[in-house]
Design a protein around this ligand. Structure first.
Ligand code: BGC
Length: 273
């Protein structure tokens, strides 16, 4: 796909922090320092919007001349947020994309945070040129997942919410990085929980590759070697920046005739430079 877009801003809204940077879409590198502010307590729409404005003001990119992609930690269907695991319930069934566009006074591209991290790794990282099924997981406040088959994103998978049958609790509640911090687990104790999670995913999906993102992926050598899986498992090349880069990469699809963020993400994933 030919595109005129070279640079874009990516903003990654997470349960704990809101991060942004200007991204070079040719290679996915960051062109500015990463700006990070804390996610406001309760993560209500108006407070999250105000925090996103602070990120954009700090980056000095408040105009509409540079495309802007925004990633959000919820199911996103046609610009609407349809779930709220680590943010206010006000986001459920909320016209979030329109809300941000009105509040920021500009057009944006909007999608799920793990999906855009998957797109970043497809285009510029660990999932590039990998055939078959790649499952990216982000281990952070929650567990986000992106399913990609032969370079095409299948959006809005929510595999962090698979339940541990015997406990009736989401895996996210016990195996996200936040659970390790909250319960002060050792790497070994946390890895034992990850082992159950990834074994379960492996049984359900027979993937060709797992990619592990989220801030803790910078310590991948502390826990990935402790896992015993048939599927190769590697850290995300872009670590915790994959969300920012993937959000920015959504802008590439702006030149294409797409109608939904999911289609845009798929096109981004399939496009070649
Ligand atoms: C949400 C996902 C999100 C993940 C990571 C989960 O709780 O349901 O939509 O991708 O957290 O932020």
């Amino acid at each position: 796909m030919a595109t005129k877009t070279q640079h874009a801003v990516g903003v990654d809204i997470g349960g704990t922090g809101i991060k942004g940077a200007l991204v070079d879409l040719a290679d996915g590198s960051l062109l500015t320092d990463r700006v990070k502010v804390a996610t406001p307590a309760g993560a209500e729409p108006k407070d999250v919007l105000a925090a996103v404005k602070v990120v954009l003001e700090t980056l000095e990119v408040t105009g509409a001349d540079v495309p802007l992609g925004v990633a959000f930690p919820a199911i996103v269907r046609r610009g609407r947020t349809m779930s709220a695991a680590n943010v206010s319930d006000k986001w459920i069934g909320f016209e979030a994309e329109t809300f941000f566009e009105d509040g920021l006074g500009r057009e944006i591209h909007f999608a799920n945070d793990a999906d855009v991290a998957g797109v970043a790794e497809l285009r510029y990282g660990a999932a590039k040129d990998v055939d078959g099924l790649v499952i990216l997981t982000t281990l952070g406040t929650g567990i986000g997942t992106a399913l990609m088959y032969d370079g095409v994103l299948i959006p809005n998978s929510e595999l962090g919410h698979l339940q541990r049958a015997e406990k009736k609790r989401d895996f996210e509640g016990v195996a996200a990085y936040s659970a390790m911090e909250r319960e002060d687990l050792s790497w070994e104790e946390w890895a034992a929980r990850l082992q159950r999670y990834y074994s379960h995913l492996e049984f359900l999906f027979s993937p060709d590759l797992f990619v592990v993102g989220g801030g803790v992926s910078k310590h991948a050598d502390r826990f990935l070697p402790l896992l015993d899986l048939d599927t190769p498992i590697v850290p995300a090349v872009h670590r915790n920046n994959a969300g920012i880069i993937g959000a920015a990469a959504l802008a590439l699809a702006a030149d294409a005739p797409t109608s939904t963020p999911a289609e845009a993400a798929t096109l981004v994933a399939k496009s070649t430079d």
